[in-house]
Design a protein around this ligand. Sequence first.
Ligand code: ZN
Ligand code: ZN
Length: 636
Amino acid sequence: MAVEEVLSDLKKKIEEKLPSGTTISSVEFEGPQLVVYTEEPKKFADNGNIVRNLAKALRTRIVVRPDPKVLMPPEESIDKILQTVPDESGVSNYHFDLDVGEVIIEAEKPGLVIGKHGETLREITKKIGWTPKVVRTPPIKSRTVQNIREFMRTNHKERKDILKSVGRKIHRGCTSKDEWVRVTSLGGAKEVGRSCFIISTPESRIMIDCGVNVGSDDNMTPYLYVPEAYPINQIDAVVLTHAHLDHQGLVPLLYKYGFEGPIYCTPPTRDLMALLQLDYIDVAAKEGKRPPYSSADVREGLKHTIVLDYEEVTDIAPDIKLTFHNAGHILGSAVSHFHIGDGLHNVVVTGDFKYEKTRLFDAAVNKFPRVESVIMESTYGNSNATQPSLQEAEKNLQNIVNSTLKNDGIVLIPAFAVGRSQEVMIVLEDAIRKGIIPNVPVYLDGMIWEATAIHATYPEYLNNDLRKLIFQKGQNPFLSECFKPVDSNELRQKIIEEPHPCVILSTSGMMNAGPVIEYFKAFAENENNTLVFVGYQADGTLGRRIQKGWKEIPLSTREGTHVVKMNMNVEVVDGFSGHSDRRQLMSYIQKMKPRPERVYTEHGDERSCIDLASSIHKKNKMETKALTNLETVRLV
Ligand SMILES: [Zn+2]
Ligand SMILES: [Zn+2]
């Protein structure tokens, strides 16, 4: 059946099921949703059961939206909202999203805007036509989040067309009688960097991640020219597990090559992705390299991004449903569950994950309705790759900070903007508040503060304890006075010229670029200072050279090469990793429910991937395999 017929059929069915006197104006597929437009949103708002019953009867996700004709102009709507909600609710901002006929209301006390059982919200809908969505006023303003919202608003017409064409493709119907499922590795197998996989069936093809290997000039991009990925527009969708560059850094390149399909990811992944892609272009330009894509390609990707929260089951192709679950790795990171065919096969792609509760996140999810195949990361898959516990790591860091500050020294911590920085920030804040370490300023330089602002925008993606601390006890550790964002060159210069006991967290994490180099040049020669590594240092980076014990470090400056004498202490604190260590990788599979039949390993060096695959096989009697790049395996 053609999509037009399907839609008119659906419209008829819906009209039959509506209570008498309720009318709809049109029915449309927009992205994965079936959208029902009505000129009478009030009637739908009054009766919450209508939508629920419709969704049940039609077995699909339905949203009811006001026909754009009945939307009150934003200015008037704001007045009406303010008249309706109690003054104490502390409404601070609005975003009118024409895409979906939604108004996002930011408030200090969202509960008061929602009202008892959503009463106040329904009242608002009745008055203004827009569907209100309430969020807590973010405690730190993020430029990235603001810009993306603004960008989506100004491009809403184009975006609507994109969503319509995506929706029609998803609902094009199945045509083949054959049943098979295959997975092809385009990158990230027996290596870390440029992760990229394609799941294909007779009906559809889904790309999972499209990363860049920033550490390598020769093997930087995935094998995007293989038949499975060609022509690029035959790919139904790109699914992103999380925002690190080795998983999404080349997504804009797909749009440069003419891809027009959607990207599915969580809301924080979308925002962090934009931040990191733009920074990637920036860093490449500064290093005198030609970035593989431009900011226009980044924007093109954003226009095509459809965000999904954890646990939302969503059709992304005629025969594939996707559900994201918490992965515990970084903000918004997702274990992706694919349900293929009508119960034919279920694949779990872990992406990077941490199977242990951390200061920021809950442990990765490993309970699913069904699972037969698992594709899992193996960064620490080697049998000797156990890591100290988080408590040990915290103790270790506290001791280093204390002994350095005792000598009036400075603690310099190179850190990735997203993930480790926020974890270390919370550890330091906690120790300062409890008097375990002295109350010194903790300077945050590079993109760390902006990434932290994005964390503060999405508290629902943090773990329960942290959310409770923020919402019930009113203690947001990110807002602690000990944190001083370095937001100007003047402040950075001042810290360097007037050294005083402090902790500095700065990008980049492997010391290949960024403000950390400025601090390093200034503080390396003083033996009272300490450089602390909290993350992995790849071969060829300055961080790795220092770890190897280099005593004289040549650094190129505008005036030529300058040799820095390395007198400061160097410490490595393991255990803060966002990856599962060997024990956690093993127990993630052992405790997985239901028990999977097959496990494929990837995202680790060759030895780690093979070692983990063979250990899981021996321990659990499951079929396992370490994937190889360019290889296709048949799952069904
Ligand atoms: Zn990652
Ligand atoms: Zn990774």
